[in-house]
Each structure stands twice: as C-alpha cells, then as structure tokens.
Design a protein around this ligand. Structure first.
Ligand code: HEM
Length: 389
C-alpha cells in the first residue's frame, strides 16, 4: 500500500457485524497445580523471558526425567523458593508474581522419542505467511518456557534454572525478553506504537482458549501458543501522521476508542461510512481484519509484550536520508488458542496479505507450542503423553 488513497479505496466486502464480543480481561487464580498452567489466563505481569529449546536427549526416559525436574522446580520457583543448586540472583526478591508456562513443539513428536503417533492434530506446522521474514535463530524449538513476573530478574532467573536442569537433554535455541508499562489496574497498556493494546481480547476462554474433549487427555485444559517476533519500523511509524496511524489501527490513539465511537470499550462500528461512502473503519484497518465480527467469531487470547533489543545504525554507504538509528524493537506477539488452525492461522492468513499495519511490521521470529493442561498433585507436566507409551 502506498498511501492514504490506496488505503481508503482498497476493495473488500464489508462484513456485517454479528454478535459483539465482550471485552474480557483474564482474571484467574494462579496455582502451579490445577486445571490450567499458570501464565495463560493470569493477568499479565510486566516482564517476560521467553525461551525455546532444542531437544538433544537420546532417550524418551531422559525427557521424562527433565519434565519431572521442571515440574518440581517450577512449583518451587513460583512460590519464591530456590531450586537445587540455585544460581542465587533471585534471593530476597520473592515470587514477584512469577508464572512458568511450558510448551511442547513438533520436534518432540518426530522419530526420536517414539511419540510420533501421539502428536496432537492441532499441533500443525505453521504455514508460511505472506511477508514472513523469519530468521531461523529466532524461530522454532522443540520446547518452550514462558516465564512472566513483575521483576525482570525473577523471570530470567526462572528460565536460567530450568535450562540448567535440562543439561544434556535440551538446550536453549532462542530467547526473547519483553516488557509492559506499569499501567494502573484496569488500564490497557500501550504498545511501542503508542496505541492501547489488549482492549478486546479472547472473550469466552472455555470456547477460545482451553482445549476440551477434542484433544488428547494430557492437552485438556491446555492451550496452543503462537509466538511471533514482530519487528516494528518505528522510524517509519514516527514519521506517519497520527490521523493515518489511527486509520491503520481503526482506533483512536489517545482514547483507544474505535474510530466513530467515543470510548475505548465501545463496540466498533464496522458498517458506518461517511457521505462519500468511505467506511468509518477502513477496509484494511488492523481492527477490522482482526475482529471476531469479520472472522466467524474467531477469538484468541493475546498476551504479548513489547521487546527492545537495542539499535542498529545504518551504514555510511546509505544515502543521507536513510542514515541514522534503526531500533530492533517491536512486539513479542504471544497468543493462546484452543486450536491454531481456527485461531491464529485463520486470522493471520488474511491479515498477512492485506492488513495496513504490515507496512510498518516484519515478522522475524515464529513458534508454535502445545501447552499441556495443568499438573495434578504428584504428577509431572504432560505425564499422560508418556504413560504406557
Ligand atoms: C506489531 C504488531 C501488532 C500491533 C502493534 C498490534 C496492535 C493492536 C491494537 C492497537 C489493537 C487494538 C486494541 C485491542 O483491541 O486490543 C489490536 C487488536 C487485535 N490484534 Fe493486533 N497488533 C499487532 C499484531 C497482531 C497480529 C500478528 C495478530 C494476529 C492474529 C493480531 C491480532 C489482533 C486481534 C485478534 C485483535 C483484537 C481485535 C478485536 O477483537 O477487536 N495483532 N492489535
């Protein structure tokens, strides 16, 4: 898309708004044992440390031993206790709201561990999306650990201990830190583009997030997480008028209200148009393309964080107008759903092609992991997957 006119003139059917989804902020108690793993429906902490690991174990028994050790260690860590041979940097910091969420990637189900027949159907390989510029060193992995806390050192500490416990069984493939602003309770945090992000999210978790009877027993009460490192062209964004930024998003920057409405939580008006017939919310606005009203009710639980990996400086051989700082920053998009085929993939296949936001974003990292249901007392994570295997 080259500009405002192309933006407004873009073709596409106006899809009638059907039942409006209520904004639901996730709120749930967060034990390390229970129906669900922590860190999914848990209200978002301000910091994350996300890691993907590659399995190097030769035998399934080694994987089981590691998962046992991880389960015990995660229970200790989320209570603010030390792990065996703890590295110590979280001493005195308490639990800081820590949650640890484990995921299993497709690689666990390849031919190495005899689990190929047990790969959940929903654990597909993500298709290549339009515009993807995925970097292998920022993508994939056989296992994932998402540690979230209100202290960055507590989140890092958790992953560090778990990675040490995996010694000889799995090794870290990529990691990404993320952060959110410390907004007042009930306020929606802003992302690095300056917009409130998370206003409408997930809806009914039982319908959109938690795996039910359709999955294997060890996935019940679990979920699938899609992680995407979405780099933002902030230099380009910052040169864009706020009016146009708002058209791209479909919402007002300051209030977060859908264009044509007053308040942040007002329902978007997808049918409104001006006297010239231009839709109130543009045909290719992010909000319209991501909304349940235009996607057969599809909803996912977004639980992403901003990331900031420093800056690059463009080479002197570039023309002067291209010289300067380039931030390596953006959105660590993290989304939970009951089934990625009817969640992220359904939404993003279309968005990847026509979302106006794509002018300012590049997807550089990607992962999909099956996050098993919560752990029962005395059990270890995904135990049912290995029972009588
Ligand atoms: C850098 C990239 C992105 C930015 C800055 C961004 C920003 C936003 C903003 C500001 C909103 C409106 C506020 C809200 O309702 O939460 C929103 C909504 C949403 N976005 Fe994104 N987003 C990004 C990438 C994505 C991607 C890759 C997806 C993939 C499916 C996605 C899915 C959604 C969904 C489902 C909604 C809620 C729509 C609704 O229910 O009204 N976003 N996003």
């Amino acid at each position: 898309l080259s500009g405002r006119r192309a933006f407004l003139a873009s073709a596409g059917a106006l899809v009638a708004a059907t039942g409006l989804a209520r904004a639901v902020r996730a709120s749930q108690a967060d034990p390390s044992f229970g129906e669900h793993q922590g860190g999914i429906a848990t209200p978002q902490q301000t910091q994350t440390y996300f890691a993907a690991l590659d399995l190097i174990a030769k035998k399934p028994g080694d994987v089981v031993r590691m998962l046992r050790a991880w389960t015990d260690a995660a229970a200790r860590l989320t209570r603010g206790q030390e792990t065996p041979a703890d590295s110590g940097e979280a001493m005195g910091l308490g639990a800081a709201g820590l949650t640890v969420t484990f995921g299993l990637g497709a690689g666990l189900f390849d031919n190495r561990y005899g689990l190929a027949a047990r790969r959940p159907e929903a654990l597909v390989d993500l298709p290549a999306f339009n515009g993807d510029q995925l970097v292998p060193e920022r993508s994939g992995g056989d296992l994932s650990i998402q540690a979230c806390a209100n202290d960055p050192q507590v989140a890092f500490h958790a992953v560090r201990q778990l990675a040490r416990l995996a010694d000889g069984v799995a090794r870290v493939r990529w990691t990404q830190t993320g952060f959110l602003p410390a907004t007042a309770p009930g306020e929606t945090p802003r992302n690095l583009m300056g917009f409130k992000d998370g206003t409408r999210n997930a809806g009914d978790l039982a319908r959109s997030v938690w795996v039910g009877d359709e999955g294997p027993a060890w996935m019940r009460g679990g979920s699938y997480v899609v992680v995407r490192q979405v780099r933002m062209a902030l230099e380009h964004w910052d040169k864009t008028d706020v009016d146009f930024q708002e058209e791209v998003m479909g919402r007002r920057k300051s209030s977060g209200a859908p264009i044509g409405r007053e308040r942040e939580r007002d329902a978007p008006d997808f049918e409104g148009a001006d006297q010239d017939g231009n839709p109130t919310i543009a045909e290719n606005a992010h909000l319209r393309l991501a909304a349940p009203e235009t996607n057969h009710g599809t909803q996912i639980l977004r639980r992403g964080y901003s990331y900031n990996d420093g800056a690059n400086f463009t080479a002197e051989r570039w023309p002067p107008w291209r010289q300067g700082v380039e931030y390596d920053a953006g959105l660590l998009f993290i989304a939970y759903q009951r089934d990625p085929r009817t969640g992220f993939i359904r939404l993003f296949e279309n968005m990847a092609k026509i979302d106006a936001l794509n002018q300012y974003t590049t997807h550089v990292g990607s992962g999909l992991f099956a996050c098993p249901g919560g752990v029962g007392e005395g059990q270890f994570l995904a135990q049912g997957l290995f029972d009588a295997a």
